[in-house]
Design a protein around this ligand. Structure first.
Ligand code: 5GP
Length: 126
């Protein structure tokens, strides 16, 4: 389903290849619904990506096309990863880029978990 202003799902995208194990990643969690791994270019002391296991290009696609079980399982995994990484006491930011205005680079839905230091306020003013 294309609900994102993005092209249809491309099996060759880098996160699809990470999911298949075709390219390596530093994994921190995996379950039926989600895979979490360290970002290759971390912006904070903890910068982890969490991706669903299905073929969803974006946040819009995921929340329109995934089953309730996939959606619940994914978000439970996000919260669990944050807890397991010890981010709950100090706090963290969840961020997901959706489409061109957000600069989404990888067309497989993902959320970033940023933590390990204060991460500032929201987004820069224009
Ligand atoms: P986006 O802009 O799509 O929200 O973010 C994509 C993220 O994926 C970027 O933070 C980038 O550093 C990360 N990334 C891109 N390629 C790879 C890779 O091959 N491995 C890992 N671990 N992260 C990647």
């Amino acid at each position: 389903m294309n609900v994102s202003g993005l092209p249809p799902y491309d099996d060759a995208n880098v996160f699809a290849r990470i999911l298949r194990g075709d390219i390596p990643s530093r994994r921190v969690h995996e379950d039926e619904f989600a895979l979490a791994f360290h970002d290759i270019n971390p912006l904070t002391p903890v910068h982890v990506l969490v991706i669903p296991k299905g073929a969803f290009v974006s946040a819009a696609d995921f929340h329109a096309a995934a089953s309730d079980a996939q959606i619940a399982g994914f978000w439970r995994a996000v919260a669990r990863v944050a807890r397991d990484l010890g981010l709950e006491d100090t706090g963290y930011r969840i961020l997901s880029n959706m489409g061109p205005d957000a600069g989404q680079e990888v067309p497989h839905f993902h959320v970033h978990l940023f933590g390990g230091r204060p991460v500032g306020k929201m987004v820069p003013r224009a």
